[in-house]
Design a protein around this ligand. Structure first.
Ligand code: HEC
Length: 156
């Protein structure tokens, strides 16, 4: 036997070995890659509100204004000023004039969804470079914050 023949024999026998090993693996169950599975699923937090889901009333409900102010002081004040000056997030002055109440509600109760698909929210993210955290605010709480924002914008 010359050298190249030995080499060929080795090559063939090792590939038979390789194939048979592979076949053994084929029958074992494959582990599920959760990240791959959920890759294209949207995040869902809270409920997405549609135009018209929120009714504003005049005059302002003062009890809601003060409840909203309390929430603001506890959970929002560290990032939002009441003027138009930016802190971590944009200042709130004028926010109820330039945004629909449903938009604001979704931003407060469903911020991940908004940052994922709403162009206006994404513009703010580009500006602020920080993702507003999901603060687990209920719709009821958020509605009261809107009343406080309206009062901050000079509504009576
Ligand atoms: C850790 C900082 C932080 C906290 C706390 C925070 N926000 Fe924000 N907020 C942001 C940032 C940053 C943005 C801009 C969007 C982005 O970058 O994610 C934003 C955007 C917003 C907007 C849109 C403003 C506009 O000009 O359209 C609203 C409304 C808002 N936040 C409400 C709230 C409310 C209500 C709370 C408290 C319950 C709160 N935020 C708490 C950082 C924060």
């Amino acid at each position: 036997m010359n050298k190249s023949r030995i080499f060929t024999v080795l090559l063939i026998s090792s590939s038979i070995l390789f194939l048979s090993c592979n076949e053994g693996v084929k029958d074992e169950p494959k582990p599920v890659d959760i990240q791959e599975l959920t890759k294209n699923q949207p995040e869902t937090h809270g409920t997405e509100l549609k135009e018209g889901d929120i009714k504003l009333t005049n005059p302002l409900d003062q009890a809601m204004v003060s409840a909203g102010k309390a929430t603001y002081e506890l959970k929002c004040l560290s990032c939002h000023k009441l003027t138009d000056e930016k802190l971590v997030g944009p200042g709130w002055a004028g926010v109820t004039k330039k945004r629909q109440p449903t938009w604001i509600m979704n931003m407060i109760t469903n911020v991940d969804m908004m940052l994922e698909k709403d162009p206006e929210a994404q513009k703010l993210l580009e500006l602020c470079l920080v993702r507003m955290p999901n603060q687990n605010i209920s719709q009821d709480e958020a509605r009261k914050v809107i009343e406080f924002m309206r009062s901050n914008d000079g509504e009576k």
